[in-house]
Design a protein around this ligand. Sequence first.
Ligand SMILES: Nc1ncnc2c1ncn2[C@@H]1O[C@H](COP(=O)(O)OP(=O)(O)OP(=O)(O)O)[C@@H](O)[C@H]1O
Length: 318
Amino acid sequence: MDATIEVHDLRKRFGRAVAVDGLSFGARPGQVTGFVGPNGAGKSTTMRMLLGLDAPDEGRATIGGRPYRELRAPLHEVGALLDAGAVHPSRSGRDHLLWMARSHGMSRKRVDELIELVGLGTAGKRRAGGYSLGMRQRLGIAAALLGDPPVLMLDEPVNGLDPEGIRWIRGFLRALAAEGRTVLISSHLMSELEDSADHLIVIGRGRLIAETSVAELLAAASGERVALRTAARTEAMGLLAREGATVAANGPDSLTVTGLTTQRIIALLTEHSVPFSEVSAHRATLEEAYMELTRDAAEFQAVVHAADGTGHENGDPR
Ligand SMILES: Nc1ncnc2c1ncn2[C@@H]1O[C@H](COP(=O)(O)OP(=O)(O)OP(=O)(O)O)[C@@H](O)[C@H]1O
């Protein structure tokens, strides 16, 4: 089966709210594709449409060229984790998987293999109601993998995990992609996707903001900025500005310079005997790049104003 995920001009409204607004993107086999956007951007709704749980108003959401409802053996074609809490609390993790396996004609052996693979071990025999979030995520991922599907879709799999859980899931997802699977994972935090995603789909207000590789996004956000550390801040600022650079001071001895290369800055400072202790190309973090991209997304501002408790739009004093 062709394991490509494709979304084309997808639209979905809930009453007056537009959840997904003409979204198009793709996710390919052999890659972890990060699906990132602020809270309320439309990630879960898009995944739900890909999984046939919500019907699009317009557009197409397909897996291997077909909508979910037309897949012949869905469990063997797509594995999904939307809500890690969706397990009966009094049933053990293993029994939950056995129940799913039996209803789809899969073996007990497959269940035991998966319990080992996701690192649940003996916890598999304990009541799922007593599981930590990390254990519930592992169980959910095991359930998604039951039918050994070439496509995996996980909604916020890293959210709420401890550092060890995050490390495990990153490595695990990368290994699944390395086996040739298509892995789509959503997150509202770009930093969660650092070190795990190869490709990024960034959305805001139901629309595509960027579809890019992690490397390209970082290069674009890093721009031509150079970080300069000098004890002679005023002198350096005057000199570089006269040479056409834009210079911003960020601290008593640190400047950010735009418009001149690192080599040219070093040559000028040396020529004019301006002391400096560091000149380096600025490298943006993934989080900085993301903040720049989503600055205008209204949901993002809404999160900020909800957090500061004003209940006002940002910059709107009413
Ligand atoms: N069943 C529903 N009924 C009404 N509105 C909905 C429904 N599902 C989603 N929405 C709205 O659609 C928009 C997109 O929501 P969605 O959950 O897809 O975003 P998200 O990017 O997954 O956000 P989060 O990171 O918070 O999970 C939001 O404004 C949300 O309130």
